[in-house]
Design a protein around this ligand. Structure first.
Ligand code: FAD
Length: 296
């Protein structure tokens, strides 16, 4: 049935797609269908079909904050790679959800527009990064969001202003309203000397390379930092650096990173997460909170 709908509507898709290159942990998993709507109207049509037929689905950005828990995702994965437009009017940019955040950070730096210096090392897409309220160095994307265009659970295309998005630390309404999908956004940046922005991004990239295990697949920080503390430090003090379950390993370089050391499965990663949580709870009576999203 799904395949008929996809074919009739000439939608770009892959059946039984391999997701290894679509998640930064490089977990080897598959899904029923991986589909690429050509624009927001086609996305809308697909979402209506999914709802009417009660199918399982998810929107995938660059897969840099997810853990595919199973070897097969028995549903439809929608990638917004074709929603990739950028328009500039002075210091206001209108960007579609599938745009790469790292690319945008570099491009805005070259334009001499400040506000995304924190994002030079965040390998996500713009839509997902707003949903996650991605950030670093005490800045986050919420500070530059003017508005977002969304598809609501009633299949309306609607513009929401930043103050309606309930942004918090790595949190926004999108993490609680699963069927709200960002299709584009307006970001408001500040004109600044481009050399200053480029220098800052370069210095920070160098620091990341020195302190983070970027030579192994991961999905960035595993746990949120508890108020006034660093999860990495707590994990390290439990003696867990280098601890391994299956192919998943606590990075020796940064203890709040789990790396895919040797063909890790989602299950290996989740078991390691549970083990770390248990040890930190035992030693410090602190419940670590997962920053990454487990996809069932
Ligand atoms: C090496 C490395 C370093 C990192 N450093 C940082 C960092 O410094 N700061 C930080 O915040 N994060 C960091 N991350 C994590 C990650 O890059 C960010 O969370 C990023 O914003 C996720 O974007 P994505 O496109 O990969 O999202 P995905 O992992 O694909 O998706 C994340 C969630 O967003 C949802 N989603 C996707 N698109 C949309 C949409 N259009 N509308 C609504 N929901 C959507 C998905 O369904 C999923 O639930 C890092 C990751 C790596 C691998």
């Amino acid at each position: 049935m799904t395949e008929n709908f996809i074919k009739e509507n000439n939608i770009k898709y892959i059946k039984n797609a391999n997701l290894k290159k679509h998640n930064t942990y490089r977990i080897n998993a598959t899904c029923d269908y991986l589909i690429y709507p050509k624009d927001k109207y086609e996305l809308l049509k697909i979402l209506k079909y999914i709802k009417n037929n009660e199918l399982k689905y998810m929107i995938l950005g660059n897969g840099s904050n997810i853990i595919l828990s199973k070897k097969h995702y028995d549903g439809i994965i929608i990638k917004l790679d074709n929603l990739n437009n950028l328009e500039r009017k002075r210091n206001i940019l209108t960007i579609e959800a599938g745009y790469s955040l790292i690319k945008l950070a570099m491009e805005t730096a070259i334009m001499g527009l400040s506000g995304l210096e924190f994002a030079g090392g965040i390998p996500g897409n713009v839509g997902a990064s707003i949903a996650m309220n991605a950030g670093a160095y005490n800045n986050s994307i919420s500070e530059v969001v003017d508005s977002v265009e969304v598809i609501t659970d009633n299949f309306e295309l609607k513009t929401l202003k930043a103050n309606e998005l309930d942004f918090k630390y790595r949190d926004s309404i999108f993490k609680h309203k699963e069927n709200y999908i960002i299709v584009s956004c307006k970001l408001k940046l500040k004109p600044t000397k481009k050399e200053k922005i480029i220098d800052l991004i370069k210095t920070r990239s160098k620091k990341r390379r020195e302190t983070q295990p970027l030579d192994y697949p991961s999905a960035g920080s595993v746990f949120r930092n508890p108020e006034g503390m660093h999860s990495g430090e707590l994990i390290e003090k439990c003696g867990l650096k280098g601890y391994q379950i299956g192919g998943a390993k606590v990075s020796e370089k940064h203890a709040n990173f789990i790396i895919n050391y040797n063909n890790a499965t989602g299950e290996d990663i989740i078991k390691l997460i549970d083990y770390i949580k248990e040890k930190v709870k035992e030693k410090y009576n602190i419940e670590l909170v997962l920053e990454q999203i487990i996809v069932d």
